[in-house]
Design a protein around this ligand. Structure first.
Ligand SMILES: [Zn+2]
Ligand SMILES: [Zn+2]
Length: 169
């Protein structure tokens, strides 16, 4: 069992959708999600000339604040990283991840990208198979990938899970 995941959400995100995402995450990963908290976005990560939030800056702020908690932060604002016009989200292995609903219209897409970012937390990288861990450069690419992990990624996830167990002893 992975350690429990803290789910944070911005006040502009619908709470019903947060709960739908949480149900999907519990289904996709053997993870406990007991803590759900509203969290206001850090204005210091805002870039006014782009009218977007700096994803890496925001993620680093959260990693600093959350210390040993594994977290997923769901927000409505648009995210960018250097050399990319936008990103749906980003994650840091064994720390946490952020996901933006800004460019995602359907709950299916919100769930899909949340699963992708959460898998990064549990140590998965990008995958070139028919898999939720495919890297998406565009919304069209994100629409085409499935919301499930391929067999190889599922096996990797199980391996990573064992390491968590070992670290606990
Ligand atoms: Zn990714
Ligand atoms: Zn895969």
């Amino acid at each position: 069992m992975f350690p429990s995941l803290l789910v944070l959400y911005d006040s502009n995100v619908f709470v019903d959708e947060v709960h739908e995402v949480i149900n999907a995450l519990k289904h996709s990963f053997s993870v406990e999600i007991n803590n759900i908290e509203e969290y206001n976005i850090s204005l210091s990560a805002y870039n006014s000339s782009r009218d977007q939030y700096d994803g890496q800056k925001l993620l680093n702020i959260l990693i600093d604040e959350q210390k040993l908690n594994f977290f997923l932060y769901i927000l409505q604002n648009d995210l960018f990283v250097p050399n990319r016009n936008f990103v749906f989200g980003l994650g840091s292995k064994y720390y946490g991840a952020i996901v933006s609903f800004h460019r995602l219209d359907s709950i299916e897409m919100k769930i899909k990208e949340s699963i992708h970012e959460t898998a990064h937390i549990f140590g998965l990288g990008h995958c070139s198979d028919f898999c939720v861990m495919q890297y998406s450069n565009s919304l069209a690419e994100a629409l085409q990938k499935p919301s499930t992990l391929c067999n190889a990624c599922q096996a990797q996830l199980k391996e990573n899970n064992k390491n968590f167990e070992r670290n606990k002893d």
